[in-house]
Design a protein around this ligand. Structure first.
Ligand code: SAH
Length: 502
């Protein structure tokens, strides 16, 4: 074990953190991170880990480098293991070398976990391979912003200009006119293609391709800002044909996900794969029952039921948490028949080694009942429904009408996830939100408890509202809004598809 790990966090796409980097993040006592490192990684930190932001954004240094070094040394000396997360690769214009030297001097041990550097990844996501046999035999990583305290520049513009090398500039946007001018005056062809990639690998990625003689003016005209990578060289001509990432249908579209955080990952992931910028605003909190004695008692007499019907993934999770706590396993179901109200719930059961006997084709209570009746549910049939404490009563009522004896077993409670709407409002105000999604009536009710309907009204109709099904849409209407987007199939994948089509 080292005292400090200098970890490359990659250029922004959360999938570009290394497996080793993630593992260390999960075990560290303290996580120290930068402006460019993706915030999402902080969720990997173990519960109780201390999280320290030392970000840098252009000139506004939250903590100057010597203070960062001091902090690392001091905290490591307390015996805490530190994950120092840095954007891209720690040793590529990341001052990781300086941090390592300080640690060495203080007698501390360190290890480096290299990261995916922006100079390779941002061009790759913009369809530009930094080397290509038909175009170049070398690539050069160059700072576009030299240490201002240096007496003599370390740049040899003649060498940069006269080779065919691909030149990759970091921190160069402000100095773009100077960079282009130096290359041209030292003999590089003014027609050499140049690409700028801003926020590379993120959902907000933008890129442009020009040539040396026009790029400075064009970038200024388009308001192209930092953080951007500048690529000079004929490989930039491949942008047009190899540009895979920017073709994603939802690239840059802001989508608010209001489901509980525990449930949001699948939906968020699908949207991200399509390029969307997902903003989690979990309106619901899932709490275990305060008193679990009723669940424990139900487990002991589960043999007396004919069917067990699960209505949500949370129901499955919380039910099995109690099965685990009782030291039991899936065998408690014995010969009981099992139903799942939708495919995600069914999958959660399959993961437990249980294949449901019935999954309805349409995912609303009314359809579940007819399917169950077809499968022999009727007079005298005993049914157990583990679910949320408060939920729609249609399913149990309809089953009772069919003659069944139904017992509802509350295995969790949902509550309002109390949080301020400030961050969401700021995004709405900045025009970063294109869609707000609702996946149940309670997400709608809770959303408007957190953000008043009048506030959302200000951003209509630019912001479009999407609902998973007709019941949720009706709840939304009761607040004076209409769901412009609704899937035919009332599932999360259905909702994701409807958003992509919209
Ligand atoms: N250690 C980092 C670089 C830090 S210097 C790495 O290896 O990637 C900061 C500069 O990196 C920025 O000014 C910008 O030029 C570049 N940069 C970092 N992330 C970027 C991104 N996602 N897209 C474009 N440029 C990025």
């Amino acid at each position: 074990m080292a005292d400090v790990y200098l970890i490359g966090a990659g250029p922004g796409d959360p999938g570009l953190l290394t497996v080793k980097g993630k593992h260390i993040l999960e075990t560290a006592d303290i996580v120290v991170y930068d402006y460019l490192a993706n915030d999402e990684f902080l969720s990997y930190a173990k519960p109780g880990a201390e999280i320290i932001y030392v970000g840098k954004k252009g000139g506004d240094h939250t903590l100057p480098q010597d203070k960062i070094n001091e902090l690392l040394v001091q905290r490591a000396k307390e015996g805490k293991s530190i994950a120092r997360l840095k954007g891209g690769d720690p040793y590529v214009f990341g001052r990781g070398g300086e941090e390592a030297e300080e640690l060495m001097e203080a007698g501390l041990t360190f290890e480096v976990v290299p990261g995916v550097t922006a100079g390779v990844a941002a061009p790759a996501y913009a369809g530009i391979p930094v080397t290509h046999r038909a175009h170049t035999t070398s690539v050069c990583f160059i700072t576009g912003h030299e240490d201002p305290t240096k007496e003599k520049s370390g740049h040899n513009w003649a060498v940069y200009a006269q080779s065919e090398s691909t030149l990759v500039f970091y921190m160069g946007v402000k100095n773009l006119p100077m960079i282009a001018e130096n290359l041209i005056s030292n003999g590089r062809d003014p027609k050499t293609p140049v690409a700028l990639v801003r926020w590379g690998t993120r959902c907000t990625q933008e890129s442009m391709v020009s040539d040396l003689e026009n790029v400075a003016e064009e970038a200024a005209r388009r308001g192209f800002k930092a953080p951007s990578i500048i690529v000079v060289g004929s490989v930039c001509s491949l942008h047009e044909s190899l540009n895979w990432f920017e073709k994603r249908p939802m690239l840059g579209k802001g989508v608010v996900v209001t489901r509980a955080r525990e449930q949001a990952s699948g939906f968020a992931e699908t949207l991200r794969e399509q390029g969307a910028c997902v903003h989690q605003f979990p309106t619901i909190k899932i709490n275990p029952m305060e008193d679990c004695s009723e669940i424990r008692q139900a487990l002991t007499e589960i043999d007396s039921y004919d069917w067990v019907i699960f209505t949500s993934v949370n129901g499955v999770r919380r039910f099995f948490a109690e099965v685990d706590a009782a030291g039991a396993d899936s065998r408690i179901f014995g010969g009981r028949k099992i139903a799942a109200i939708g495919p995600a719930t069914a999958e959660a059961l399959v993961r437990r080694g249980l294949r449901p006997d019935f999954v309805p084709a349409k995912y609303v209570a009314e359809h579940v009942v007819s399917g169950l009746i077809e499968r022999g549910v009727g007079e005298g049939c005993r049914i157990l429904i583990p679910r949320a404490k408060v939920a729609r009563e249609v399913l149990p009522e309809e089953l009772r009408k069919a003659g069944a004896e139904v017992r509802i077993l509350p295995v969790y409670e949902t509550g309002l996830n109390e949080q301020g709407p400030e961050a969401l409002e700021a995004r709405l105000e900045a025009g970063e939100i294109d869609f707000v999604t609702f996946t149940s009536s309670s997400t709608v009710d809770n959303f408007f408890k957190l953000l008043p309907p009048e506030t959302l009204k200000k951003y209509m109709p630019q912001v479009r509202l999407a609902c998973i099904g007709p019941i949720t849409a009706k709840t939304l209407e009761s607040y004076g809004f209409s769901a412009g987007i609704q899937p035919e199939d009332y599932t999360i994948p259905g909702l994701a598809e409807a958003l992509i089509n919209a």
